[in-house]
Design a protein around this ligand. Structure first.
Ligand SMILES: Cc1ncc(COP(=O)(O)O)c(C=O)c1O
Length: 456
């Protein structure tokens, strides 16, 4: 990373080389003390983040299209969330284990209030991967109330659900699973219905959602995995790197299949919930009911908190002591959750995300028109967007160009999510972003793409 031209706009300020030498010292020392896997995320040493902006300690200021990792939906360091955490500190209750607390009660009530009414119980945890593990456990327990051996779980290639053993096994990046040596049994993946890259090679979508699901299931049947063996199916509401949503008719077919075979339908909403798509929960766009949903990330816009929400009949399957956690309902995280939900409501962030959807749609259409060889289309709703970066000759995803655009954006004062290796650009700013800032960021992407393909 070399010198950076000085940049000063309303939302960006680049005044030093990146990383600043003092930042590089921090990066170098961390790499000596932490595992290799923690290095290489970025050359920006975060010092302060507010609203939709991030600063290092050396006068550089970035516009943030990442929400850190699609987490700070209400905005970084929102004053109301900060105050709620401070107020909770002042009560001198920082930790309470599973002992009942008023703040835990208020938290589950606040979540239940925004859930569809049939999802009437919530179990609080700390990380997204734990929420997924809990949902898988509940599904297998439920399956076995119906038939012994009804424990199999269906999920999707190219999905991400966390890094613990079952969460990673159910995830669909098989290249990330080699470390296991031997994988736990009973997990089966099928292609996600991502129409831009149709798993069945169809040139375009033709109301073929039900057929798409049936073809995948037929392949499993041919391998001896019969539908009635499934305890559940889990899907990200939209796929992480591409922000591809299922066609609604696919989601309906999946719901019908789950009903027919008494399998639970689980939406992993860790990226999609809390206003990200212009609604409280992303799966609401599909018009189908969920049996369980996994929540995390944007649940606090700050401190670690996650949850599984579902119907009582399912959440009540474990006996006393069979499903709990050391950090369930941590009071500080609870305070952040309640304040976050109130803030999203009071600041009108669902409406802001929904209102900016057409702005994103138009801007990304313009990007495609300006770079027809490279910008190969986009997916998204609200303020979650994925742009395919293609090789103009092969029309396949182009990780090299995507990665160099992301790096160049960082040098130009725009933080982007690390989806380069998957050949996409992902845009997910805090939901408090203004139209002006959003358009400034898109212009940076255009400039970076032009430079990276030698068109500037
Ligand atoms: C859809 C989804 N599920 C689960 C997880 C895992 O969450 P955590 O990193 O909090 O364990 C993530 C994290 O990126 C995610 O995006």
């Amino acid at each position: 990373m070399g010198d950076v031209a000085k940049i000063e706009t309303k939302h960006r300020r680049m005044v030093s080389e990146i990383p600043h030498p003092a930042s590089q010292a921090v990066i170098d020392e961390l790499s000596k003390l932490e595992p290799r896997s923690m290095a290489g995320f970025s050359s920006v040493v975060w010092n302060k983040a507010e609203g939709f902006q991030v600063w290092d300690g050396h006068g550089n200021q970035w516009l943030d299209f990442t929400s850190a990792i699609i987490l700070t939906n209400a905005g970084h360091s929102h004053p109301k969330i900060a105050q709620a955490i401070r107020d909770q500190l002042d009560t001198h209750l920082f930790y309470s284990y599973c002992n009942p607390t008023e703040i835990r009660l208020k938290t589950v009530k606040a979540i239940i209030e925004i859930l569809p009414p049939y999802l009437d119980k919530v179990f609080l945890l700390s990380t997204g991967t734990e929420a997924v593990e809990a949902a898988l456990k509940l599904s297998r327990m439920h399956g076995q109330t119906i038939a012994p051996g009804k424990i199999h779980i269906l999920s999707y290639y190219n999905s991400f659900h966390g890094r613990t053993m079952a969460a990673q096994t159910v995830g669909g990046f098989l290249d990330q699973q080699e470390w296991m040596g031997e994988k736990p049994g009973g997990f089966h993946h099928i292609p996600f219905p991502e129409c831009a890259f149709c798993p069945w090679g169809k040139p375009k979508y033709e109301n073929c959602g039900a057929e798409c699901l049936e073809r995948s299931l037929e392949q499993l049947r041919e391998q001896g995995v019969q539908d009635d063996l499934f305890a559940g199916v889990i899907t990200e509401t939209f796929q992480g790197p591409t922000v591809a949503f299922m066609p609604p008719d696919y989601a309906h077919a999946l719901r019908e299949w789950a009903n027919k075979h008494k399998a639970l339908l689980i939406f992993d909403e860790e990226q999609a919930a809390f206003g990200r798509t212009g609604r409280w929960f992303g799966f609401e766009h599909y018009g189908v009911e969920a049996d369980l949903i996994c929540l995390g990330k944007g649940i606090t816009s700050s401190l670690p908190m996650s949850a599984v929400a579902g119907r009582s009949a399912i959440l009540d399957l474990p006996e006393h002591g069979e499903m709990s956690s050391t950090h369930t309902g941590n009071p500080l995280c609870c305070a952040a959750t309640i304040a976050n939900i109130n803030t999203i409501q009071e600041d009108g962030l669902l409406a802001n995300a929904a209102a900016l959807e057409p702005v994103m749609q138009r801007s990304l259409e313009d990007l495609r028109e300006r770079f027809p060889g490279y910008a190969g289309g986009h997916n998204g709703k609200g303020l979650a967007w994925g742009v395919y970066i293609l090789d103009p000759v092969t029309r396949q995803l182009n990780p090299n160009v995507a990665q160099s655009v992301i790096t160049r954006c960082m040098e130009l004062g725009l933080l982007m999510l690390p989806t380069g290796a998957r050949g996409t650009l992902k845009i997910a700013p805090p939901l408090c972003i203004t139209e002006e800032a959003l358009l400034e960021g898109i212009e940076v992407i255009e400039q970076a793409l032009a430079e990276c393909i030698g068109e500037s």
